[in-house]
Design a protein around this ligand. Structure first.
Ligand code: NAD
Length: 360
């Protein structure tokens, strides 16, 4: 099979980690007889330096013309980088919001999976961890509070800021359908998270989730208030399969869920639209503090590439092979500094990528 992949290496550790993901994808091509054609796309600080803006229209067109986008991370040191002297809409992160909107990437999927080999890095007690947990957070990505009308004003000498949280039923339905489809391929349970005791948008969210659920009699579902969910994630994470929620709640809960797995360098993510197209990137940022030192963990990006194989290319066997190779390398005791523990073998970014590629 031939696929076109737009690669946004980005800033900081971005070029290093996408380089290792490409190494692994090249090995997949070799092993399974595919051809992946890569096109490099500038975004974030790298694009500001060349074009003066974090994302050009041409870059969006290139992304749209590909079968999927693989991304590293964008952004620099927010205190010292000159990129942050620019107005907010010209800063690196503006590119990210723009590409999500332009590609209609409304569904953000983040797995939180505890590797047996990395149990020691999990901050939860062993009796809570049990035999591990494996959940997917499905976060609505292009609506809600982050995209609503906002302004700051002064009324009678008092400063006031307004943000609006709006959802229509179409926005809720499309992400809910995605969540139920994914649950169907997993342990068949959706926990929909809202604040329906307070918010109208959450009450509509509940109604639409119930309407969609009627089409999935084989998938169990429940509603949970967001404050309770924040507690349940650390009290009993094993109860969750797919967590479905709106943009801001998902922003917070997905970071919480990822931290209970112990390492940010291991966490992949996918942003999907209503076709097979998706943008795949690690959950972490560009880590400017460790850029260029060959110490970044490339596994989150490699696992994001595996998600791309699974969700955009329908290459389940190939995705399984990449995930199995990651597990194997961890089992053999190889660790980048962020996940290093006593008695294990310390390796750099490049060697970690090579070890994984070799085991496919
Ligand atoms: P960060 O995720 O980049 O780094 C947080 C900490 O985790 C740092 O100590 C870093 O060294 C470490 N870390 C992150 N990824 C790692 C990896 N793969 N291996 C080993 N250690 C890793 O978050 P931050 O420092 O808050 O942000 C840095 C920049 O990244 C900012 O400009 C921010 O805006 C940007 N950012 C971009 C994205 C994105 O591109 N999607 C997401 C989050 C932050």
């Amino acid at each position: 099979m031939q696929k076109r992949i737009a690669v946004i290496a980005g800033d900081g550790i971005g070029p290093e980690i996408t380089g290792e993901a490409r190494k692994v994808l090249d090995r997949v091509c070799q092993k399974f007889g595919h051809t992946f054609l890569y096109t490099d796309v500038l975004m974030g600080g790298a694009s500001i330096d060349v074009h003066g803006v974090p994302l050009t229209d041409e870059a969006i067109e290139t992304a749209k013309g590909s079968d999927a986008v693989l991304m590293g991370a964008i952004g620099g040191n927010t205190s010292t980088s000159p990129w942050y002297q620019l107005p907010p809409d010209k800063r690196p992160e503006a590119g990210l919001l723009k590409i999500r909107k332009a590609l209609n990437l409304f569904a953000n999927l983040r797995p939180a999976y505890l590797y047996e080999e990395l149990k020691d890095a999990c901050p939860l007690r062993p009796d809570i961890i049990g035999d591990g947990f494996d959940m997917m957070i499905m976060r609505e990505l292009t609506g809600g509070l982050y995209f609503g009308e906002r302004h700051t004003e002064t009324v009678d000498g008092v400063r006031r800021a307004v943000d609006t949280l709006t959802y229509d039923e179409k926005e809720i339905r499309r992400v809910t359908v995605r969540a139920f489809d994914i649950a169907r391929k997993r342990r068949k349970k959706v926990t929909s998270v809202d604040k329906a005791n307070v918010l109208d948008s959450s009450r509509l969210w509940r109604k639409v989730v119930e309407e969609v659920a009627a089409d999935y009699p084989d998938v169990a579902y429940e509603h949970m208030l967001v404050d309770n969910c924040a507690m349940q994630l650390v009290m009993n994470p094993r109860q969750f399969d797919v967590i479905l929620t709106e943009n801001m709640f998902g922003d917070i809960l997905s970071d919480e869920a990822s931290m209970v797995t112990g390492s940010i360098g291991m966490l992949s993510s996918a942003s999907l639209n209503d076709t097979k197209f998706g943008l795949y990137e690690p959950s972490h940022g560009s880590a400017p503090d460790i850029a260029g030192k060959d110490v970044a963990n490339p596994i989150a990006t490699i696992l994001s590439a595996a998600m791309m194989l699974r969700f955009s290319f329908d290459m389940d066997e190939e995705a399984d092979a990449v995930e199995a190779a990651v597990k194997q390398v961890l089992k053999e005791g190889y660790r980048t500094p962020d996940i290093m523990s006593e008695g294990k073998t310390l390796v750099g970014t490049k060697q970690m990528g090579s070890l994984i590629a070799e085991r496919i």
